[in-house]
Design a protein around this ligand. Structure first.
Ligand code: GAP
Length: 469
């Protein structure tokens, strides 16, 4: 059972060091979040799984890592200067600002952005008697288009015309490097270019923990295909992405596919399908797959003056702009989904309830924790020796926890989702040993709660076996 309320996850994340409110000692900064030691591990593992699956284990995808600051012309070419906007209205009474289309959507259940022109928004709010959610009055300004890109100045002496933007998607860093990749890697269609990186949007309504923030991370692939191959590439990516989420533990019942209506499509897309997750507040977008056609490459040809065509290797006369299928993942949304999905409350045989994060073992922030039963010498020395040798011999994240009763420590490890715990006790060092316990440890499985006594010398093999299953 995944978490039924967001509060359960927010509180566990803070308590156990997954995610902290941003700038907390200064009273915070609204809707910013910092990943703590365990959250950073989890997020890095999500990114590693993504990169291994979609870049390293595929011969048709290469990676790159492009700059966040780009020539401002990029955003003219991409359409973000003109189209990446929301219709905003202000309440004249309390001065709060809202997305007019969202207010109408909540009241009427219609996609107002798609059916209304900007100058109709205020009239519609008045006609439908939509009051300010903050103060309850109805005194709206006319709607204004608000660009979602963050603008800043470049250089020591900022002048007019030095405006640059924080990128609102990682995709454009891929399109502007299309020619570089063609010339250096000489790939043949179909091929993809992938990158993971930060994106920034001045969202009007951030919220729901890390679901919608103004600074977030994306994992995107631009997959270039012959125009005749778009449909099959689209279907293949839809399947591959579904498999990635479900293969890492998201229950299929909590996912659904939703295709965008024509009115809802972004300015660059001719078809978009979202994979939605059933979040505690309802179904919402987890991932988007878009058919971008040759929109971006042709715009960049026009604005940069550079030819970006692909030459058919079998027919040098045949030059064309490939079409693009774009699987776009939100990294923070994926992490939030894995957290929600892992959250489990289980009743034990003795009637106690344990909270356990049932992460897929590839994602668990800590892989194995060594638990010495006592801080006394020579037991603690033996536990440290086991810890050091496992750190050297494996590439796993092996932790060491010595604080509190063993029961409390098991509960703590369950709450952070550690798949295996290894207890070093007096038997291990040959004291108080039952027949045959010397030089053995107890290994405990997070999910089955099964405990097994095994020789220290077999520990590495046993752990490796667990990761192979
Ligand atoms: N390049 C295409 C693109 O950016 P998008 O649907 O706007 O498409 C892709 O964004 C994904 O990025 C979304 O499915 C979501 O997971 C994530 N995302 C978008 N805006 C976000 C935000 N404000 N906070 C967190 N994640 C966001």
């Amino acid at each position: 059972m995944p978490a039924s309320s967001l509060d359960q996850i927010v509180s566990l994340c803070k308590r156990r060091g997954f995610v902290f409110p941003g700038s907390e000692i200064y009273g915070g900064l609204a809707n910013t979040w910092d990943y703590g030691p365990l959250g950073a591990e989890l997020k890095n593992k999500v990114k590693r799984e993504w990169w291994d699956t979609f870049v390293r284990s595929r011969s048709d995808v290469v990676g790159l890592d492009s700059a966040i600051f780009m020539n401002p012309k990029v955003w003219e070419a991409s359409g973000h200067i003109t189209s990446f906007t929301d219709p905003l209205v202000d309440c004249k009474s309390c001065k709060e600002r809202f997305r007019g289309d969202k207010l109408l959507e909540e009241k009427l259940g219609i996609d107002a952005a798609a059916v209304l022109k900007l100058d109709q928004v205020k009239a519609m709010l008045d006609a439908e008697e939509v009051n300010c959610p903050n103060c309850g009055k109805r005194d709206w300004t006319e709607a204004k288009q608000f660009n979602l890109m963050f603008k800043t100045k470049q250089g020591v002496v900022a002048n007019e015309g030095d405006d640059i933007f924080l990128r609102p998607e990682t995709a454009q860093g891929i399109f502007v490097n299309f020619l570089n990749v063609l010339q250096t890697q000489r790939p043949r269609l179909p091929f993809g270019i992938a990158q993971i990186g930060k994106a920034f949007r001045n969202e009007i309504t951030p919220g729901n923990f890390t679901f919608r923030t103004r600074e977030f991370e994306q994992m995107e692939i631009e997959y270039f295909v012959d125009p005749a191959e778009v449909d099959s590439a689209f279907d293949n990516w839809q399947k591959a992405v579904w498999q990635w989420y479900t293969g890492l533990g998201i229950d299929e019942e909590h996912l659904r596919i939703r295709e965008h209506s024509a009115e809802e499509l972004s300015h660059y897309s001719s078809k978009t399908v979202d994979i939605e997750y059933n979040f505690p507040w309802g179904w919402a977008e987890l991932f988007g797959l878009a058919s971008r056609g040759d929109f971006d490459l042709s715009q960049h040809e026009k604005f940069s003056g550079q030819e970006l065509k692909y030459t058919d290797p079998n027919d040098p006369e045949k030059k064309f702009l490939p079409h693009v299928v774009e699987p776009s993942f939100g990294c923070d949304r994926a992490v939030l989904t894995f957290l929600l999905e892992a959250y489990t409350e289980e009743e034990l045989e003795n009637g106690d309830v344990r909270t356990v994060m049932k992460f897929d073992k590839r994602l668990a922030p800590v892989d194995v924790t060594i638990l010495p039963l006592s801080k006394k010498e020579p037991l603690i020395e033996k536990a440290k020796e086991i810890h050091t040798s496992l750190l050297k011999e494996t590439r796993l994240n092996i932790d060491f926890d010595v604080t509190g009763s063993i029961g409390k420590r098991y509960r703590r490890q369950d709450e952070i989702g550690t798949p295996l715990c290894v207890t070093v006790d007096f038997g291990t060092i040959g004291e108080d040993a039952k027949q045959g316990d010397a030089d053995t440890v107890t290994i405990r499985d997070r999910d089955t709660l099964k405990q097994e006594r095994i020789p220290v010398g077999k520990l590495r093999e046993k752990i490796a076996e667990h990761w192979k299953q």
